[in-house]
Write a protein of this length. Sequence first.
Length: 497
Amino acid sequence: MVKPHATVSRALALGGVLALAMIQQQEQGIFQGHGDIGKVLHEGSAQFDAKLGTYTVSGSGENMWFTADAFQFVWKKVSGNVSIAADIAFVGVGKNPHRKACLVIRQSLDADSAYADIARHGDGLTSLQYRDAQGATTHEVQSVVSGPARIRLERRGDYITASVSGADGELHPSGGSVRLLLKEPFYIGLGVCSHEKDLSEKAVFSKVEISPLAPLPVTPTLYSTLESVAIASTDRRTVHVFKGHVEAPNWTSDGMDLIYNSGGRLYRIPATGGESTLIDSGFADRCNNDHGISPDGKTIVISDQSQETHQSIIYTLPITGGTPKRITEHFPSYWHGWSPDGKTLAYCARRDGKYGIFTIPAEGGTETRLTTAEGLDDGPDYSPDGKHIYFNSDRTGMMQIWRINADGKEPVQVTNDDANNWFGHVSPDGKWMVYLTYGSDVKGHPANKDVMLRLLNLTTGKITILAKLFGGQGTINVPSWSPDSKRVAFVSYQQLP
């Protein structure tokens, strides 16, 4: 226990319940308790300064990561939708740049508990970290903001979101949200981990606030997070958070930039974050989320609805911008894949009332229909060797990923489960396929749904989850692999007050 302040010593003379209540308030402030989580070599501590309104927390512990944690936790039990916010300052220079001062939401006090936190590291890295089930592996969503003075963590329904202070001093969404199923009540509070088992580190938390969250308004504000995920670790990295709607990132062939659509236009942004620049697409000002980049990196293909009867038509234009060149005579046509040799485009189109997979020369010409099955065939994309086209089809009832030869022959079902799987994209090295998964009850590919990004090992057939997120339409409609096959770009969404 921490040592009582002088006022608490005086209160002891009062005796009984009043003295105990004053001691607890002086020691813990708005919290109910504190203690070490997991195995630590040095006992942690927590002290509340009522005059300054600060909590000084000392914590040891090797890490808060992998399948178990070790840190000092100052906590209270809560239920419902709730937020916690605080200013954070480390004490001293610290030994390990990954020492952590955190705001924490946790199912239990077990070392391997499900949890989420917003962790400010000693070197400024700030991440939304989470373990979505007891004993599972910890993952993170890294913010582009380094060393924010103030941070906030919110639990709203099944989603945890975080905010960080920007240059203007105001709190802004830090990046993507994470899905975390918690039983009520759960724990909320402050945490410190030294990231060094043989020593302790201190952090001071000030202006600490724990508040219930009001229901979302009828029309909440939409935030879009452009981010990427590493397939090796499944850790996510925020590129940019937008107030408004953005969709469908493509990675440029040099790995330096991402191209996305918003408000009918195309934009380019550095893959590491920064400012967006508009790509001039001339008259095409109703570009949808079906766009991509040629294998040589020189041309963009778009699906635009500004002409004719405002149905989607495929065009190409220089990647630096310019006047679009019409490719498909008929409409609606929605581009999805470019052959590795650059000569052919694959797309979904409706002809004679039926959707199917089509190809056409990249310079324009006569289109060829490859599939004629009942139902919807959509989202075609080539394998890196150009021998196959992967697409999604509901021909068997559920939407699943299929594969055909490049000439449309020999259809093979690739996925077969009780979910609806969309937009399969094979990595440039041909080893993996990423795709978007909806629940079995979801029809089509709508926006604002609980979805997953899943990864299929094309050699072993093993499927892993890359991310659970709030998204759907616009998340990963088109090819978005990094050129080195190590990361996938996507968009997640948040609905906030």
